[in-house]
Design a protein around this ligand. Structure first.
Ligand code: ASP
Ligand code: MG
Length: 467
């Protein structure tokens, strides 16, 4: 079971989460993974960045703020003197550590990826102790475990990849014995360590990935991601009020939705569980009586066609174009090499057969650096007008329609684009992978809400989804 930041956001939320664990632990052997209390990771990263700018302030204010927030929750959750004292001593130790780290960073005026990872891990180290202590207070046998002991990763400190075989061995050594003794481990989400013990993080929002990595390593029967929404919906309910909960979806569909902006899951979450076919549930810790969404290999056995629509705002379209690129080999390679050199994540690619331009969509945060890299890579071609223009348009959004059984179903693209046309939504670019379970299109940012609503209506998703 993994609990996200909002599910452990304050004392009340932690109490609710702990009750869920307490009930489950009576029936099954469970391992808990926790995120930092919501907002804490953002705060930590901001403090690290300010310290790197030379500010001394954060090394003093940050430990105090974090200690206050966690102690306040602890005092409300825990009455037992012994448990309380032990916990508060731990909270003190860890918050002091982050103060020292920020102080060091401010002296060096440099934030290395390792230091960045270490500072950003503090939230999970605090919340895991808080959760473990709360469960102990309720009478459960439990232990807080640092994921650095079990999740072995490569050395990409801020986007680390678990090394599955080693994670398996560590889980058997470090977690199984507790579980065999009826002790519930509470593991820090988000973090891991290289084989020689240097702390790493799995990327922002990575606690989901921690949970499925541990679940796969332990051959879990199922994994439950407890969050603050009822499950996966047919569309973002803020855009489409009639959006419905999907009871069952496939790994493919969920991964596609996660990748394309539906914020319920970290995009890598399902990778570890697909081969072992371990079901993953998305459930609401604020409404545990609701069933949630179950993610499996086959998904929904009977629903055909489009199952959900997702949208990504805050993206930018970069176009590399000009007559000189027609028929020239290597332009695409050069383009994507330049994009990769600044580590920008490409969300969508489109090139028409006339080859007049290549367009690609990146996160708007990466747009300026991508543009710069492309202009440098094509500097000569621009001078000779082989490439006429490299432009960026930041007033766009991507909308994607997703469904495993869109494959081989003719007419879906036709219906989608006719419906959009009737509503006056202009399509700027289109992409469909050959897997056929995702059609994505690029539109003006202002048209995003309309586009999602129109397509939701066209495929009557308010009926196929289940309330
Ligand atoms: N606390 C981390 C973050 O905010 C990891 C997570 O929440 O999954 O990115
Ligand atoms: Mg989170």
């Amino acid at each position: 079971m993994k609990f996200g930041g909002t599910s452990v956001g304050d004392a009340d939320c932690i109490r609710r989460a702990a009750e869920i664990v307490f009930k489950a632990a009576k029936e099954y052997s469970v391992v808990i993974v926790v995120s930092a209390m919501s907002g804490v990771t953002n705060r930590l990263i901001a403090a690290a960045q300010q310290s790197a700018g030379g500010s001394r302030e954060e090394s003093v204010s940050l430990p105090a703020v974090l200690l206050q927030q966690h102690t306040e929750a602890a005092l409300s959750l825990i009455n037992d003197e012994g448990i309380r004292e032990g916990l508060i001593a731990e909270l003190n130790r860890i918050t002091t550590e982050v103060g020292n780290l920020c102080h060091g960073i401010s002296l060096l005026r440099e934030l290395t990826p390792r230091a960045h990872a270490t500072v950003s891990s503090i939230g999970e180290r605090l919340s895991a102790r808080l959760m473990a202590a709360t469960l102990r207070e309720m009478g459960l046998k439990t232990v807080a475990v640092e994921a650095t002991e079990v999740i072995v990763t490569d050395d990409q400190y801020l986007q680390a990849e678990p090394v599955m075989q080693q994670v398996r061995e560590r889980c058997n050594e470090r977690l199984r014995p507790f579980m065999n003794d009826g002790i519930t481990p509470v593991v820090t989400g988000f973090i891991g360590a290289t084989p020689d013990g240097v702390l790493t993080t799995l990327g922002r929002g990575g606690s989901d990935y921690s949970a499925t990595t541990l679940g796969a390593a332990l051959d879990a029967d199922e994994i439950i991601i407890w969050t603050d929404v009822d499950g996966v919906l047919t569309a973002d309910p803020r855009l489409v009020p009639s959006a419905r909960l999907l009871r069952e979806i496939s790994y493919n569909e969920a991964a596609e939705l996660a990748y394309f902006g539906a914020k319920v899951l970290h995009p890598k979450t399902l990778r570890p569980v697909v081969d072992a076919q371990i079901p993953v549930w998305i459930r609401n810790s604020f409404a545990p009586e609701k069933v949630g969404t179950r993610i499996t290999t086959v998904g929904h056995p009977t629903e055909h066609g489009v199952r959900a629509i997702t949208s990504i705002p805050n993206v930018s379209m970069i176009t590399v174009g000009g007559r000189g690129i027609v028929g020239v080999v290597g332009v695409a390679a050069k383009t994507f090499q330049a994009v990769a050199s600044v580590r920008a994540n490409v969300l969508l690619i489109s090139q028409s057969s006339s080859e007049n331009d290549i367009c690609l969509i990146v996160d708007s945060a990466d747009a300026a650096s991508t543009l710069k890299a492309l202009r440098a890579a094509f500097a000569n071609d621009l001078v000779h007008h082989d490439v006429d223009h490299i432009t960026v348009n930041s007033h766009i959004a991507i909308v994607a329609i997703v469904g495993d059984k869109m494959r081989g179903a003719p007419g879906i693209a036709g219906r989608t684009f006719s419906a959009l046309g009737r509503s006056g939504v202009n399509i700027i670019a289109i992409a469909q992978g050959s897997s056929e379970f995702n059609i994505s299109f690029v539109i003006e940012a202002e048209a995003m809400r309309d586009a999602v609503a129109v397509v939701h209506e066209e495929f009557k998703l308010h009926e196929v989804g289940q309330a």
